[in-house]
Design a binder for this molecule. Structure first.
Ligand code: FES
Length: 160
């Protein structure tokens, strides 16, 4: 379903675009700021960005879809990222990922039915010596077992 932004969200997007449009290579900083402010890049931000940067809508859309960091729908209240790169794999991240999917009842790139958690893979968090590593929102957690995962998720549930 196409998400239509509220007037307030579009005004926020317009302010971000106009504040950055003259900087060299403005597209990525603009997209980061929109996602930070709104939580995702609304589809109706695309024509606005394209107009202001003198690009086609396809070019803007292509950049958004190329970079995994940018999401095109709102995430759940908390984003859980599980490292799936080599060092964490060597110490059990695949098993942890399977556990996480069962515990949350959703697959990667999906959000739990109560809207609390979005599950995402990540490919190295720079903490390779103490995996399996996960991030929940901006917090990094090391040596995460299934039990520890359950505790972390329980602690976050219901927290803004
Ligand atoms: S491989 Fe997981 S943090 Fe580097």
């Amino acid at each position: 379903m196409e998400t239509v932004s509220s007037a307030a969200v579009l005004a926020q997007v317009a302010a971000i675009v106009s504040a950055h449009k003259t900087m060299p290579g403005a597209m990525l900083p603009i997209l980061h700021q929109i996602q930070d402010a709104v939580g995702y890049i609304p589809s109706d931000a695309v024509p606005l960005i394209a107009d202001q940067l003198n690009l086609s809508r396809a070019e803007v859309h292509g950049v958004i879809s190329f970079y995994h960091h940018f999401r095109q729908q709102p995430a759940g209240k908390h984003v859980v990222q599980i490292c799936r790169a080599e060092a964490c794999q060597a110490v059990g991240s695949e098993k942890l990922a399977e556990h996480a999917k069962l515990a949350l009842g959703c697959d990667f790139h999906n959000t739990t039915s109560d809207g609390q958690f979005t599950l995402e893979p990540v490919y190295c968090l720079g903490q390779c010596a103490c995996g399996p590593n996960i991030m929940i929102d901006d917090d990094l957690y090391a040596r995460v077992s299934a039990d520890k995962f359950n505790r972390l998720v329980a602690a976050k549930r219901g927290v803004e």
